[in-house]
Design a protein around this ligand. Sequence first.
Ligand SMILES: C[S@@+](CC[C@H](N)C(=O)[O-])C[C@H]1O[C@@H](n2cnc3c(N)ncnc32)[C@H](O)[C@@H]1O
Length: 257
Amino acid sequence: MRPHYSLHSIIALFIIAMTSSLLTADEPDEAVEDQAEQTESDKRYSYRERHDPNGIGKFYLGREIAHVMGHQGIRWLERPEREEEERLSLLIKGLKIEPGMTVADIGAGSGVISVLLAKAVGPKGTVLAVDIQQEMLDALQDKCKLLNVNNVEGVLGTTKSPRLVEGTVDLVVMVDVYHEFDFPYEMLNEIAKSLKKGGRVAFVEYRLEDPEVPIKLVHKMTEAQVKKEALAKGHGLKFVENFGKLPRQHVVIFEKL
Ligand SMILES: C[S@@+](CC[C@H](N)C(=O)[O-])C[C@H]1O[C@@H](n2cnc3c(N)ncnc32)[C@H](O)[C@@H]1O
């Protein structure tokens, strides 16, 4: 006996066939994109077995990436002599912060810099304090509570993204952080995306050019290396200045085009 198909069942079969072909067509495309992204990332970085013990053996544009400072280092970040050694108050003045700004403190740690930024942006401004360690964000929250600081928001980022909203930030500050990024290219790309047009990003890094600065080598950077990485293709940043007034650190500032 020949099967009998009604018009309705033929239409239903047609719709099911179309939908499933669309669904299966999507899957390989996504896989191909993921693979392409992975390959790009592999090309960007190189790895060496013999390397500085304070580094992770992964290199970007000739620089070895440093180990991330664990939350066990909070006491060092909070040391009372830090103001005298690093003149953080001078750094905040040099950043030309205006009241009401949205400033992101990326790699905020226990919040030493975040609370200084919070004061500079005033009650109408916001500080987005980003870190990849929840323990750091917990310590930061305790500090803000203790000091009655209400305009700092903690953000748990990932090693590839600070998870900020695109085009919303006036200024990104990274104090003693960038050299630790496991994926510096990806992080900086996301950071640049988070900036408003004309927004700025400041790299505060111990000066590698100066042997007197008492910090391990992979935790220092030259101004030339900072520029090489920040001006790499794809970030859409232009060099503004190196604020040369701190005793130990560069403050290299770029603007979003
Ligand atoms: C040396 S501490 C500096 C903390 C703070 N900026 C200060 O000067 O007091 C570096 C911080 O960067 C954080 N960090 C490292 N990689 C990160 C990433 N990809 N995104 C956000 N934070 C990161 C670490 O967890 C650590 O808290």
